[in-house]
Write a protein that binds this ligand. Structure first.
Ligand SMILES: NC(=O)c1ccc[n+]([C@@H]2O[C@H](COP(=O)([O-])OP(=O)(O)OC[C@H]3O[C@@H](n4cnc5c(N)ncnc54)[C@H](O)[C@@H]3O)[C@@H](O)[C@H]2O)c1
Length: 267
């Protein structure tokens, strides 16, 4: 099934991983490259963006790297302009940027609320705002927004700014999909569950001081999942690839949950 996005141009926002290994954005960017897309890998961290673009090129694909902060309109414009200057089109917009800070509504500071809303939601809004008109002029395109099952379920602890921003991202995706469906622009979300990515490993390391406690925390996550294992970045990437490809040409305004059955379970 090689070449599933052959000939397309993909703009991936948050395409790196700062700590090595495979994050959702990096795996998605590399998978788009493997399946024939030309990839603009963007990241706050210039080295992380360059690393992802380098992997794609080393595998024979085509990629450029752009550094920028996705919460700033000017930086998003630079990313979009770089893509347009290089290839003159954008067929796939993949919004991956996002992170969580623990805390319920009482514990979360106003500054954290604003910062995480900007990171998880405004970044995707800014990118869609610029890219939708480009896709419309081309006669179509696919937007893939990486949300989370935290946008539809309360997980083990409160992360109110994360939950609220991911829920809003899901509804924003549906609103874009409906408004622009007739012009050929599709917009869908991927909702990863408890994935084993560098982001999560870092969070567990910060939270639990000993190796035994960390192993216990990982095992507890696995026990909670009907498939009894965490997913990884490639599971997110394969769902994104389907939504970005023409195989999903009649799929818009919906979500793919990638969680090993977790949200289907009621305990
Ligand atoms: N890992 C999980 O278990 C899990 C579960 C559900 C959803 N998600 C979602 O997946 C996405 C992240 O996944 P990941 O594994 O790629 O994370 P990651 O942290 O490994 O990578 C994200 C990349 O985004 C970059 N970034 C951070 N802030 C940025 C900004 N302001 N502008 C541009 N780039 C920025 C980082 O430098 C990093 O390279 C998030 O949206 C997250 O909410 C993850």
């Amino acid at each position: 099934m090689a070449g599933r996005v052959a000939g397309k141009v993909a703009l991936v926002i948050g395409a790196g991983t700062k700590v090595g290994g495979w994050g959702n954005g990096k795996a998605s960017a590399v998978l788009y490259g493997r399946e024939g897309a030309r990839v603009c890998a963007t990241d706050l961290d210039a080295g992380a963006a360059e690393e992802t673009a380098g992997i794609i090129r080393s595998e024979g694909g085509t990629a450029i790297a752009v550094a920028g902060d996705a919460t700033r309109a000017g930086d998003i414009k630079r990313m979009v302009d770089a893509c347009m200057t290089e290839w003159g089109r954008i067929d796939i917009l993949h919004n991956n940027v996002g992170a969580a800070v623990p805390g319920g509504v009482v514990e979360t500071s106003e500054a954290d609320w604003d910062a995480y809303m900007a990171l998880n939601l405004k970044s995707a809004f800014l990118a869609c705002k610029l890219v939708v008109p480009i896709m419309e002029r081309q006669g179509g395109g696919a937007i893939v927004n990486i949300a989370s099952i935290a946008g539809i379920r309360f997980l083990d602890r409160p992360f109110v700014s994360y939950q609220a921003s991911k829920a809003a991202m899901i509804e924003m995706s549906r609103a874009i999909a409906v408004q622009h469906a007739a012009t050929g622009v599709r917009c869908n979300a991927v909702l990863p569950g408890l994935m084993r990515t560098p982001l999560v490993e870092r969070r567990i390391e910060r939270q639990y001081k000993t190796e035994a406690k960390r192993a216990e925390a990982m095992q507890a996550r696995e026990r909670a999942i009907p498939m009894r294992k965490m997913g990884d970045a490639w599971d997110t990437a394969w769902a994104a690839l389907f939504l970005a490809s023409d195989e999903a040409r009649y799929v818009t305004g919906t979500e793919i949950v990638v969680d090993g059955g977790l949200t289907a379970k009621c305990v």
